[in-house]
Design a protein. Structure first.
Length: 247
């Protein structure tokens, strides 16, 4: 694989040694190795959507294909603008979103700036929460529901009745990443997705425990490099662009 090991800087002639047995002879020195993406590798910038609307138990979120589909909040829209400002100077081959509108809304400013039409990738949609869809998941977390505690203790979404299993989530997100990488060899793309979906991709890249990366923040940027079957995790939860829009 061209990204493993990373390409090293070549030897550098440093000029003649000042004294000793090597006096008058040119020294060769070596810089530390820097990561270089291989020619056919794909960099995927994984952006979590901006903050979505507040969950109100009296008015559950509308569902799309069984998943809660809230819009962005006012803060989430500001976060989307910050993502645009951060990535607008990058040479991007494509922008991917999921069927849920909070990802499309997050990508909108960047897509308009770069003149790109976002591509919908269903495989990167949020984990299915089963009976806790529509905003109920947030309510149960806030109430410290014992079942919610078990989700994080056991690192399994399907502790929630009817929720998606880790195997299902990893299978579909891995397949989606492979499709994106094949379509954009040698390029950089953005994929706007969701916390559990991004965490699943990063856990697969790092061969880590399932929930190691589940704390990914709204509008943060993580990145992987895909070179054939090999995934390299390059960045996690970068939020430097959000400093100006923090409440």
């Amino acid at each position: 694989m061209s990204t493993v090991p990373p390409a090293a800087a070549g030897p550098t002639a440093s000029g003649p040694a000042a004294s000793g047995p090597a006096a008058g002879r040119t020294r060769t020195t070596y810089r530390q190795v820097r990561f270089e993406r291989g020619d056919g590798a794909t960099e995927i910038l994984l952006v979590r959507h901006g903050e979505s609307a507040i969950a109100d138990p009296a008015h559950p979120f509308e569902l799309l294909d069984g998943r809660g589909d809230p819009e962005l909040s006012a803060e989430g829209r500001m976060q989307a603008e910050a993502v645009c400002a951060r990535l607008a100077s990058r040479e991007l081959a494509a922008i991917y979103v999921t069927p849920l509108r909070r990802t499309a809304e997050t990508a909108a400013a960047l897509a308009q700036k770069l003149g790109l039409e976002p591509v919908v990738e269903p495989g990167l949609v949020e984990v299915g929460m089963g009976e806790w869809e529509g905003g109920l998941y947030r309510e149960r977390i806030a109430a410290r529901d014992p079942l919610a505690a078990r989700v994080f203790l056991e690192e399994r979404w399907d502790v929630i009745p009817g929720a998606e299993s880790n195997d299902s989530l990893t299978s579909r997100t891995s397949a989606a990443i492979a499709r994106i990488a094949r379509a954009h060899r040698g390029s950089t793309v953005v994929a706007v997705s969701h916390a559990a979906a991004i965490a699943s991709v990063l856990a697969a890249a790092a061969s880590s425990r399932p929930f190691a990366f589940v704390s990914v923040d709204n509008a943060s940027i993580s990145s992987i490099v895909v070179d054939g079957e090999h995934l390299t995790l390059r960045r996690f939860n970068d939020t430097a662009h959000l400093e100006a829009v923090r409440p």
